[in-house]
Design a protein around this ligand. Structure first.
Ligand SMILES: Cc1cc2nc3c(=O)[nH]c(=O)nc-3n(C[C@H](O)[C@H](O)[C@H](O)COP(=O)(O)O)c2cc1C
Length: 149
């Protein structure tokens, strides 16, 4: 199967998951800004990962507008997976029947910018500090789902 992984990542955690998925599936992995609709048309499956901002998956609308033949989506945020309301995020992101996976990323204040840090401070009531929750084995279910297609 001809597969492409795309990602939109601000501080690098989503990019890391996208790269791992690309490695495991032996397929190409590109940032979303580097692809267009014509390129997307050449793939049987696109797996898009976007960092989550205010509950919304970055790049999702753009990748949908390219009308991939088949789409799988993963979102990356700092919320503990156990606390995520997947159905709420599915609805708010208008995912309907698109398969959706969630992974814990982390926080990197050095790359977040002043606006990002201010917003995180307002929402979490805490000073943003470096944390990294990424782990390669979190992609296992997605990878197995794709291999079973
Ligand atoms: C402005 C802002 C809003 C965010 N909103 C959320 C959110 O609603 N839910 C969540 O789980 N994480 C949220 N995050 C955390 C990021 O999604 C998290 O840091 C993620 O790992 C960033 O991925 P990246 O390194 O690929 O950019 C937010 C971060 C910023 C800066």
């Amino acid at each position: 199967m001809n597969i492409l992984v795309t990602y939109q990542s601000k501080t690098g955690f989503t990019k890391r998951y996208a790269r791992w998925i690309g490695e495991e599936l032996s397929c190409e992995c590109k940032k979303l800004s580097a692809v267009d609709a014509a390129q997307i048309a050449g793939y049987e499956l696109v797996i898009h990962g976007g960092w989550i901002m205010g509950g919304m998956i970055n790049g999702l609308e753009k990748i949908k507008s390219f009308h991939p033949q088949k789409l799988i989506v993963f979102g990356v945020g700092f919320t503990d997976k156990k606390e995520v309301d997947m159905e709420k995020w599915r609805t708010e992101n208008k995912l309907s029947d698109i398969p959706f996976f969630y992974y814990e990323g982390g926080m990197n204040p050095e790359k977040m910018g002043l606006m990002g840090k201010t917003m995180v401070r307002l929402v979490t009531k805490k000073k943003p500090e470096y944390v990294d929750y990424t782990k390669k084995d979190k992609i296992r279910e997605l990878v197995d789902t794709v291999k079973a297609l």
